[in-house]
Write a protein that binds this ligand. Structure first.
Ligand SMILES: [Zn+2]
Length: 291
């Protein structure tokens, strides 16, 4: 256990002031925890870049991207990250392709498949499960990570939503899978929307603007025009609206108050770092339940 029970309770209470999030730190590794999701019984975390062994550019907690970092660094970083949680966990993810497929993780065996790549052979952008001691993981560096828990059925989901996934409603697909696979009621869901490139920094071009104008009735509220043919886009808000329109009560949706492009000291940002270093680390957002 990282903190005493009293300390955890104190941090959870303090988190109410910060959209429901608080920091957990162990051995220099730091992650953002959604307190209401935790109080509903879900182990969860949004990783930071702090406390790892990767040279991105230094002491970076890169948790994925085997073509851009040594596998041994990534495994050491994952080992350090998992020390933030009590008990034994099976980490499972998939090869993310900005699509709309949802992977159902039916069992621990399912989660163990191809452990050397942690299920990366499966193409998808969201995962759902109700299997204890499995941590569903999505990887991001500016895209929006979203974690969902249902305290009634104990089912949960992890979702990766960039502009493509957001415009094609990947989040709604994950909610539908929780309903059909586990009988979840939308009104019971708790949703944590993690650090991502926000409306303060994330500028898109006319290709993205056209897609959003086509698919969102309120696109004008999600897009703030900048220079000719460009606009700042609010993917946090777009995803929040998806789950509200699906029926999740607004007070059960928690938005992490961080922009990955602004807080490049804490988070990896593809847009800030690709042009500087060529290689960019990956954050990991995870959710699970204990037996
Ligand atoms: Zn920003």
């Amino acid at each position: 256990m990282i903190t005493t029970e009293d300390e955890t309770k104190r941090r959870q209470a303090a988190a109410r002031k910060d959209n429901g999030f608080y920091w957990r730190e162990r051995d220099g590794v730091r992650a953002l925890i959604c307190a209401p999701l935790e109080q509903d019984g879900f182990t969860n975390a949004f990783s930071t870049r702090v406390g790892g062994v990767s040279s991105m550019p230094r002491e970076a907690l890169n948790l994925a991207g085997f073509n851009e970092d040594d596998a041994e660094n990534i495994y050491e970083n994952r080992r350090r990250f998992l020390k933030l949680f009590e008990g034994q966990w099976l980490l499972t993810g998939c090869w993310q392709v900005h699509g709309i497929d949802v992977r159902v993780v039916h069992s621990q065996d399912d989660a163990k498949q191809k452990p050397e790549v942690l299920g990366d052979d499966q193409y998808c952008d969201a995962l759902v499960s109700n299997t204890p001691n499995v941590l569903l993981a999505v990887k991001t560096a500016d895209c929006v990570p979203i974690l969902i828990g249902d305290p009634v059925t104990r089912a949960f989901a992890a979702v990766h939503a960039g502009w493509r996934g957001t415009s094609s409603s990947i989040l709604k697909r994950a909610v539908e899978e929780l309903e059909s696979e586990y009988g979840a009621q939308v009104a019971n869901l708790r949703v944590a929307i993690g650090p991502a490139a926000n409306a303060c920094c994330y500028e898109v071009g006319s290709d993205v603007i056209e897609v959003f104008k086509d698919r969102f009735a309120n696109a004008d509220e999600l897009l703030t025009p900048t220079r000719d043919g460009h606009a700042l886009i609010n993917l946090h808000q777009a995803n929040r609206e998806h789950v509200i329109s699906a029926g999740v009560p607004a007070d059960r949706i928690h938005l992490a108050p961080f922009c990955t492009m602004d807080r490049n000291d804490l988070f990896f940002s593809y847009r800030q770092e690709k042009k500087l270093h060529g290689r960019v680390g990956r954050l990991m957002s995870v959710i699970g339940t204990r037996a």
